[in-house]
Design a protein around this ligand. Structure first.
Ligand code: ADP
Ligand code: MG
Length: 261
């Protein structure tokens, strides 16, 4: 399989008429792990939602392309089919749909009609992956995310990731609320995906996850823009020193930071 590229250029996004993203530039190739860090309310989740086509997020300027194709012209399901995947910061609960049925229909939605995954093959893959992620098998038959603990939800997002095998994944705060054992399992899953057919954008507040999943590049987002990029050492510096030095370095004025959505 040829590699993929997600290219975001000068992206401006508004929510309810308020500009949240003010010109984001970011390019992610398969084979690469990128991390985006930044204070609360700087628009990290907004970036993720805009890429996936959430209707509330209006792109007013700029472009998103995957392999040269215009993502902004695509419906949500077409974006998934084009190879994009989002693990949400707050995964939704869907009552009445079992986890297993949801997974299988998500896989099939990305395949051509008539080329659905055989049931036995699906079950075998799901079972094996749940073992790998140290998940209780009865999670497969429960309604999607309903009553799942925070850690179970995040593990389940990684289960989806590993079964769907997207070209480019966005993982929004996949480490939030995890205890150390769950963090290790989630990291193991992300690391297992590493390869020339997979690229990843890891959104996180904390350097903690990045001790287990080493990013190739780290980007700092502030006030709706990527203001600084570097290697893994940048994440360590942020952990130790916070964000003030970047503000000083770049002459960014403090403004009221929005509430985290
Ligand atoms: N669905 C929404 N409706 C209204 N405001 C939102 C919504 N999503 C995000 N915002 C606002 O946009 C800003 C950026 O939020 P978000 O992208 O969630 O930040 P981050 O993920 O970096 O913490 C915040 O001020 C937040 O309140
Ligand atoms: Mg967020």
């Amino acid at each position: 399989m040829a590699g993929s590229t997600l290219e975001i250029k000068d992206l401006h996004v508004e929510i309810d008429g308020k500009e949240i993203l003010k010109g984001v530039n970011l390019t992610i190739n398969t084979g690469e792990f990128h991390a985006v860090m930044g204070p609360n309310g700087t628009g990290k989740s907004t970036l993720a939602s805009a890429i996936m086509g959430h209707p509330k997020y209006e792109v007013t300027q700029g472009s998103i392309h995957i392999d040269g194709k215009d993502v902004l012209e695509m419906e949500v399901d077409e974006r998934a089919k084009a190879g994009l995947f989002l693990a949400m910061q707050y995964p939704s609960e869907i009552s009445g749909v079992t986890n297993s049925d949801f997974l299988r229909s998500s896989i099939n939605a990305r395949r051509e009609e008539g080329d659905e995954i055989p049931l036995m093959k699906f079950i075998k893959e799901m079972d094996g992956t749940m073992d790998f992620l140290e998940m209780d098998k009865n999670m497969a038959q429960r309604y999607l995310n309903e009553g799942f603990s925070g850690g179970e939800k995040k593990r389940n997002e990684i289960l989806q990731l590993m079964l769907l095998k997207p070209a480019i994944a966005i993982l929004d705060e996949i480490d939030s609320g995890l205890d150390i054992d769950a963090l290790k399992v989630v990291s193991k899953g992300i690391n297992k995906m590493r390869g020339e057919d997979f690229g990843c954008l890891i959104i996180t507040h904390y350097q903690r996850l990045l001790e287990y999943v080493t990013p190739d590049k780290v980007h700092v987002m502030m006030q709706g823009r990527v203001v600084k990029s570097g290697g893994p050492e940048l994440a360590q510096k942020l952990e130790a020193e916070g964000y003030d030095w970047i503000k000083e370095e770049l002459g960014i004025e403090d403004e009221t930071v929005g509430q985290e959505a």
